[in-house]
Design a protein. Sequence first.
Length: 396
Amino acid sequence: MIVGAGMAGVQTAVALRELGWRDGITLLGDEPHPPYDRPPLSKAVLLGAAGAGVDVRFDVDFDALGVDLRLGLRAQALHAEDRHLVTDAGPLPYDHLVLATGAYPVALPGTAGLPGVHLLRTLDDAAALRPVLDARQQVVVVGAGWIGAEFATAARQAGCEVTVVEAAERPLAGVLPEVVTSRMRAWYEEAGVDLRTGTPVSAVEPGAVVLADGSRLAAAAVVVGVGARPATGWLAGSGVRLGDDGAVLADDRLRTTAPGVFAVGDCASFPSARYGERMLIHHWDNALQGPRTAAANVLGGDEPYDPVPYFWSEQFGRFVQYAGHHTDADTLLLRGDPSTAAWSVCWLRGDGRLAAVLAVDRPRDLAQARKLITRSATVDPSLAADPAVPLTAAAR
Ligand SMILES: Cc1cc2nc3c(=O)[nH]c(=O)nc-3n(C[C@H](O)[C@H](O)[C@H](O)COP(=O)(O)OP(=O)(O)OC[C@H]3O[C@@H](n4cnc5c(N)ncnc54)[C@H](O)[C@@H]3O)c2cc1C
């Protein structure tokens, strides 16, 4: 039994079959649509007039795979002690359970149901935003994170007037250092987006966003992109332990605290030996890799899960990729000039190991760094800082 028919749930079903699972697989999803991929929702689906025609469905033949796909069905509760779920359609027993319920976007307090206020997580959310772009409405985006930047990109391309408001002093403040985000600030400006940082929203009213400094921004549409939280409320009292961040606390085999129950994707955190900390990753690659480990372990394997995290973003005409994981204690190396079109940043551990890379339109840097990080390679800092030297040639 797999709960959640997004990327992680679907990949779990696929991996189970690939690894030889012969018994039944039920895949339960509460959305009405056939399972689909989310990254295009803030990119191809919104970009360009043809966007509405983009097919985001996963290319998976569930019948051929022998997967019993139950859509529009919600798991309401879990009784782990006698292995059954409570669903909208009554109880469903299972032998093994994989939790893949993903995350839901955090809303601004008091805005639920307010007309013109949008979130961007689902196909329906994206469909509701197309008319905003087609009508070139005046848009205020709340949150200068990955989703905010991607939506602002599409809205500007459509000809909307766009203001992005961010409570922190800079975009992606909790994720990337100033040397990187100061360039990203310039991307907003170059795209004609009015980016206002250090300005929390104090209220959203019909047709306007009011900021903490008293300024009032007219807004035909408001798009909120202030983060996501694991969709795990339904597991309260189930025996599956959750962290303070709401994530299922999985172990390094992606097992939960309930017997026979695993967890993958955006809904679960896991301890990383590689990075020495528990990680909650809300990126596509984690929803691809985790299921392979979970499926192997459902089948009786003993595989650890300790990936090198990877994600990408497409914003303001740029392809931004990140692999690894860095902390403020790591040494930052610029590879190239951030005021040019293509550049990268590397982070090194105290012992010279490559910890992470961010590549802006330098996919080769990303690909090479990812391999080096995976094998815990150390690099020569002066060679790694030279964009003319391939990163693999900087490895010691
Ligand atoms: C607009 C957008 C753009 C993105 N772009 C990128 C990108 O460029 N790069 C990148 O690396 N990542 C990107 N991501 C993140 C990536 O899409 C997610 O990490 C990935 O979708 C996680 O997959 P998941 O299966 O864990 O969760 P989800 O995709 O959230 O799927 C979970 C599913 O479970 C369902 N569900 C929840 N609760 C229940 C329940 N109780 N019963 C039944 N079903 C339930 C949900 O409705 C949902 O359909 C983007 C995400 C969004 C929203």
